[in-house]
Design a protein around this ligand. Structure first.
Ligand SMILES: *Cc1c(COP(=O)(O)O)cnc(C)c1O
Length: 395
């Protein structure tokens, strides 16, 4: 027996997509699928968006890569736009979400080092978190299934139960550098952090001289109907990791920070070969052209509200299949009463894609460009799939 040519770390569905258009994907047999996974919240503008295709192909004909040893005008432009749109004063570009998390952790630790307190390096995180798959990120995420067998857990991460203010107070010590949290847990099961809890974290950080880090890799770039999910709570972090949506399918991430929080990140302290590459920057700027255009975020809010209202009817209609609906904007989760993985496989047979999450949740993360008609189509497919589970139970 030969070993799989692709390292078998994924339980892949037996389907390969060869083409995409808007909210739809087409497989090798030309079957059409309604894509409510969007590459796990990556294809924010759907597939083959003309503005993104144009930006990428135009840049591809000019210049692919130079190096961060030189100025990269696309980085300067994208950084300026992100800064204008957020709390941040400075940006470091990466290729992925987890590298943005690594940069965030390093920035927080260096801040205290620069303040003459190098012993202050610990970071408090929350149960159910997901921050990526590097050794530091699995330590931050704290999930046993991702840590097991990979040697000693990277030192310096303390985890408390989700939303538990008392446990948090006990976990914070003079060695705590920062708090790290997703405003809505993605992999963890679409669990929104209550806005008052985010404000509580901000107050704690201000009182104790800690930095607040938001992981908006999944929630950012319009996913919840605001450019960033933390805007709903009216607080800002000191450091923020973004990725996924900002590349619209091209690999790119970023660590955003205030000037104060970033003060330890001096010349030579961090780097990347590919991060902020001209191709990625061309696409990132093109994504912002669309997402920051007047009315776009209102569109996400409107369609998101419509989706929530439509999908809520599923719970009343199929109480044996669905338990509740959670999330914000176009980041929705159906908590299931049947196994989420089985439901997702059946849904795919009905021509629709969705993504699993912890807590037996089915994530609905459509491209932000969908209209009401795609919501109705999704409702039909979800209903038909649910009907199959009900019929099966009756047999
Ligand atoms: C996807 C994700 C990551 C990791 O991003 P990669 O690009 O896979 O490294 C980290 N945090 C959150 C919240 C994510 O959704």
């Amino acid at each position: 027996m030969s070993f799989p040519h692709l390292l078998p770390t994924y339980a892949r569905a037996d389907v390969a997509f060869v083409r995409g258009e808007g909210a739809y994907l087409f497989d090798e047999e030309r079957r059409k699928y309604l894509d409510f996974g969007a590459g796990v919240a990556v294809n924010a503008l759907g597939h083959a968006h003309p503005h993104l295709v144009e930006a990428l192909t135009e840049q591809a004909g000019k210049l692919w890569h130079t190096s961060n040893l030189y100025r990269v005008p696309g980085q300067e432009k994208l950084a300026r736009r992100l800064i204008e749109a957020t709390f941040a004063d400075t940006v470091f570009f990466t290729n992925s979400g987890v590298e943005a998390i690594e940069a965030s952790i390093k920035t927080a630790r260096r801040y205290h080092f620069a303040n003459g307190a190098p012993e202050r390096f610990r970071i408090v995180t929350f149960e159910g978190a997901f921050h990526g798959r590097t050794l530091a990120a699995i330590a931050a995420g704290g999930q046993k299934k991702y840590l097991e067998g990979f040697g000693p857990k990277v030192e310096g991460f303390d985890q408390v139960p989700f939303g538990d203010a008392r446990a948090l107070a006990e976990a914070i010590t003079d060695a705590t550098a920062a708090l790290l949290i997703e405003p809505i847990q993605g992999e963890g099961g679409l669990r929104p952090v209550p806005p008052e809890f985010l404000r509580h974290l901000r107050r704690l950080c201000d009182e104790r001289g800690m930095l607040l880090i938001f992981d908006e890799i999944q929630t950012g770039i319009g996913r919840t109907g605001k450019l960033f999910a933390h805007e709903w709570a009216g607080v800002t972090p000191d450091i923020m990791a973004i990725a996924k949506g900002i590349g619209g399918g091209f690999p790119v991430g970023a660590c955003l920070a205030t000037a104060e929080a970033a003060k330890g990140m001096t010349t030579g302290t961090h780097g990347t070969t590919f991060g902020g590459n001209p191709l990625a920057m061309a696409v990132g700027n093109a994504v912002l052209d669309v997402v920051l255009a007047p009315g776009f975020l209102e569109h996400v809010q409107r369609v998101g509200n419509y989706a929530r209202q439509q999908f809520s009817s599923l719970i009343a209609e199929y109480p044996a299949v669905f338990e509740d609906l959670r999330g914000e904007g176009l980041m929705l989760g159906l908590k299931m009463r049947v196994p989420n993985t089985e439901f997702i496989d059946a849904l795919r047979m009905h021509g629709m894609l969705a993504i699993g999450a912890g807590d037996n949740v089915v994530r609905l993360l459509p491209p932000l460009i969908i209209e009401e008609v795609q919501v109705r189509e999704a409702l039909e497919r979800l209903s038909a799939t649910a009907q199959g589970f009900v019929s099966k139970a009756q047999m």
